[in-house]
Design a protein around this ligand. Structure first.
Ligand SMILES: [Zn+2]
Length: 271
């Protein structure tokens, strides 16, 4: 599943090819994504210049002077910038064609993604308005998360994955950050000290930043026919390693389920 670093990498991969270019036409082959693509999407975008590609949470925003289109990659979505004559493949659900001959092509086998129009104030759109702070911005800090945790008895892992608090801490990153911070994923959020939150916040920033930097090495894939953009290999210390030995001690890593998601931890290193 595309996580925040992959979405950020996608924005950086497509932006240089498309910013400042005018939309020539849209081809929509499949309207039924997670929500239906609005039938007037081409009318809204055609002949307008794409000013900026940016991200809020896991939404990719295409800003025009009269409004903003909003794309989510869902569970399995990806985008590439191609020459207009590249053959359409299975699950290529829509193309945005630009005046420079480039096409932004969206592929999504599972169709949990979305392509919507967010109007002139995209950050006020109902899908974005309630999002928490960005993890790599300065308003994600220990005091903020510590204060928010004081009357929360939910597990720390669910707490930091709550997108109303902070966006983009997906399951894999939550597992890895909690391991590196030495915090057991099942610990109640209000039972974690400010000092430990400080460490956790610092680690979350480092883990996400590192993933974005790794993704940077795949940027050229966003404009290659055979390049499969995106989900670069992570060096994972706990996620997917249940039953194997901890890399810090020799304890066997344990797996539990939390809200249906896999949590892997070391009972010696994480408290
Ligand atoms: Zn250990």
């Amino acid at each position: 599943m595309p996580e925040l670093p992959e979405v950020e990498t996608t924005c950086r991969g497509i932006a240089p090819h498309l910013e400042g270019k005018k939309v020539k036409s849209l081809t929509i082959r499949q309207y039924n994504l997670r929500w239906p693509i609005p039938s007037n999407m081409e009318e809204l975008m055609k002949s307008h210049t794409l000013l900026k590609v940016y991200r809020r949470g896991k939404y990719i925003l295409l800003a025009f002077n009269h409004g903003t289109a909003m794309i989510h990659l869902g569970m399995s979505g990806s985008m590439r910038v191609l020459d207009a004559n590249v053959d359409v493949a299975k699950h290529d659900h829509f193309d945005i064609k630009f005046s420079n001959g480039k096409t932004l092509r969206y592929n999504d086998p599972r169709r949990f993604g979305s392509f919507l129009w967010a109007g002139e104030n995209p950050l006020q759109h109902k899908l974005l308005a309630s999002l928490g702070v960005e993890p790599l911005e300065s308003d994600f800090h220990a005091d903020y998360i510590y204060k928010a945790s004081r009357n929360r008895k939910i597990a720390i892992k669910q707490f930091i994955m709550d997108s109303h608090l902070v966006v983009g801490v997906g399951n894999i990153y939550a597992n890895e950050a909690l391991f590196q911070a030495g915090i057991r994923p099942s610990r109640a959020a209000n039972q974690v000290s400010l000092k430990r939150y400080q460490r956790l916040v610092d680690i979350i920033k480092v883990v996400l930043d590192k993933a974005i930097k790794q993704g940077g090495t795949t940027l050229k894939d966003f404009s290659q026919i055979d390049g499969k953009p995106g989900y670069f290999a992570q060096e994972l210390q706990v996620y997917g390693r249940a039953g194997e030995q901890c890399l810090q001690c020799d304890e066997v890593l344990i797996e539990i389920r939390q809200s249906g998601r896999s949590s892997v931890f070391c009972k010696k290193c994480q408290h």
